[in-house]
Design a protein around this ligand. Sequence first.
Ligand SMILES: Cc1ncc(COP(=O)(O)O)c(C=O)c1O
Length: 454
Amino acid sequence: MDSYKILLSESEMPQEWYNIIPDLPVPMPPYLHPATGEPLTPQDLAAIFPLELIKQEVSVERWIPIPDDVRRIYQLWRPSPLHRARNLEAALGTPARIYYKNESVSPAGSHKPNTAVAQAYYNQAAGIKRLATETGAGQWGSALALACNFFNLGCTVYMVKVSYQQKPYRRSLMHIWGAEVYPSPTDRTNAGRHLRARDPETSGSLGMAISEAVEDAATHGDTNYSLGSVLNHVLLHQTIVGLETKKQLTLAGEEPDILIGCVGGGSNFAGFCFPFVPDKLRGKDIRFIGVEPTACPTLTKGAYAYDFGDTAGLTPLIMMYTLGHSFVPSGIHAGGLRYHGDAPLLCLLVHEKVIEARAYPQNPVFEAARLFAATEGIIPAPETAHAVKAAVDEARVCKETGKARCIVFNFSGHGHFDLTAYDAYLEGTLKDIEIEPDEMIKKALADLPRLPGK
Ligand SMILES: Cc1ncc(COP(=O)(O)O)c(C=O)c1O
């Protein structure tokens, strides 16, 4: 019988995360202090992060052990299955072999708990009592709520206003796991009050919610900040996804030709792809494709420049592809992809042309998601659907050229809490946002920070 799933036993789960920093083709530009423009020191981060995570952020060790307490919680759903999408292949009539790594099997429904659990663990070990964070689609907020619940930490989530309204059941999930959730911008922080005064009707953005969560953490001694993407240590924790995938492909007797993931801040894509990057740097013919929405085309239309990670300008300056920290993306349903910047490690590899990027509008993305749901059964999260669309397109190219490529994508999460978006797609009321941002991007890029003293 043909197999549909490649499974690892719990004892085969990786014991270390993979840190790409020692294998980069060029060094990563340092984070800069927003006030001085000088490279950030580990002490600068100590007000909002525990020491162990700061050490991981700057580590040059290739392998970092996963603590037993983190592995024990991972075991609740890991190793996650790698599926062969045989039904999708048949529907497309493609000679390609399509695989997807199913991160939707975690309790919160996405890859996000891979880092949430690790972050909660290190914060609790450092004596912290509460974590503050932002969430876009609600996936990250629910993952952190879950993790804080396991480690007896309080959890405060600033949820982008438009998602708070579109996704009431993600809120319920966070409440069940014990978190408090506020629609951002709120009047609880200076940053939030300022943003509300500037635009009372704002739909919010990840950049705004980050400003609020950072301020909350920086102004409370027992509270730290936790970020669901972008930073090196977050990408590090997500490499368990790619490390498992590598083992599973070997078991299936496969070598990947194309690896695909959606990109919001870059964590699922990087965690999935980075363990394969050294193979490419050593000469293997592998393509990596990061997929983003045309409504927030950071990698495909952004500038490679130093910018703030948040809207209010509280975070360090990060060298990344950015649409400008004042860019407010339209309220598309892939809330987790509405971020003006991207992980600096991912941006560096895009800049070095190791990784490719492309952007799609919403409607063709949902069309691919529906095909996937009809053939493979699982309903993708709107973010994940971007990766599905690229995999489908690449499989169609194989059909035209007759080349039987091995296409592997990261199925970052399910869409059970995104059914309003599917309803809108089925009713034909989803808007494709393609043209409008060019003007907005130009305006936001004009606001890029001038580096002090430079
Ligand atoms: C299911 C899912 N996939 C992808 C993303 C994008 O985030 P990242 O690029 O960090 O993986 C999100 C963010 O919320 C998400 O919920």
